[in-house]
Design a protein around this ligand. Structure first.
Ligand code: GUN
Length: 289
């Protein structure tokens, strides 16, 4: 293996430490940031994330408000809760965990969140602000990836970057952030022709497709820096799988070719929550002038 391993876990701990220091400063002025997390239903992966978010919020010195609603909760009731949180001065950040049950319109719920409290950066106002280079709430996972890349390279200016995946949560905002840092950006997706060749042209590869181990070493330019956003659980051994957590990148082959690579777990995942805390702090500071 030749690639440097990018330690997202350690970097995230540093970010959380800086956030906690800033929160301690705010406490002297009687200000305590509050983050409300809303979970509808019992999706096991979402439950794990929400528990982890709550724990790390409290560890950073912030207030954590958890709202766990039944899977049968109506859209109207969820919108009423969002409205209540929008008007609650002790709540600085609101996160509605996705995906929502099928009977609820996600766009409508995201659109109901006060953009100033939208710590996910999913509200169309924040999407537009980011796309036009204005001060926005930036989605946590792409922000975490950007921080790792900036830490690795210093400047990203002039690098060619390929984002594999075009989701609203990761792919599209990631491309916007890389463009803002003066990369030449391509978004590749399931319909991209000769996707291996497209990826092979990149200095930076961000994989966010949700397909286990799709990007292999032979897709990479030697020395490329690879950020793996995927978190996929392979089927258990009794079903013929390896039963382990893997990314969207085949780590074994990619690490033979890449210059640097994030592992799964311990790469991008911890950065997402660290950035959520940083966004909550930013929202609190903006709300308090
Ligand atoms: N589900 C998976 N990732 C995310 C995220 O970053 N924010 C929210 N709200 N839901 C998610």
């Amino acid at each position: 293996m030749s690639a440097t391993i990018i330690d997202g876990k350690a970097f995230a701990a540093e970010v959380r430490g800086k956030v906690a220091e800033h929160v301690a400063e705010l406490a002297k002025k009687g200000i305590k940031p509050g983050l409300a997390v809303v979970l509808v239903g019992e999706d096991p992966a979402s439950q794990v994330y929400v528990r982890s978010k709550g724990k790390q919020t409290v560890e950073a010195g912030m207030e954590s408000f958890e709202h766990k609603l039944d899977a049968s909760t109506s859209e109207a009731d969820l919108l009423a809760l969002v409205d209540k949180l929008n008007n609650d001065p002790t709540v600085n950040g609101i996160l509605v965990q996705l995906p929502l049950p099928d009977h609820i319109d996600e766009d409508k719920v995201i659109g109901a969140i006060d953009p100033a409290k939208d710590v996910d950066g999913f509200h169309i106002s924040n999407v537009g602000l980011l796309a036009t280079g204005q001060k926005a709430m930036v989605p946590c996972t792409p922000l975490g990836c950007l921080m790792l890349l900036r830490d690795h390279f210093g400047s990203l200016s002039g690098k060619s970057a390929v984002v594999v995946g075009r989701s609203n949560i990761v792919g599209k905002p990631m491309a916007q952030l890389l463009l803002r840092d003066s990369c030449t950006v391509t978004i590749a997706h399931s319909r991209t022709k000769d996707i291996e060749d497209v990826v092979r042209g990149a200095d930076i590869v961000v994989a966010a497709v949700g397909r286990p181990e799709m990007v292999t070493g032979d897709w990479l330019k030697p020395g490329a820096v690879v950020i793996d956003v995927g978190i996929n659980r392979l089927p258990p051994a009794e079903e013929g799988g390896k039963g382990k957590l893997v990314g969207d990148v085949d780590f074994a082959s990619a690490s033979e070719v890449a210059g640097a690579i994030t592992p799964v777990p311990g790469g991008v995942g911890p950065m997402t929550i660290a950035c959520l805390l940083a966004n909550t702090l930013t929202a609190t500071c903006r709300a308090n002038g």
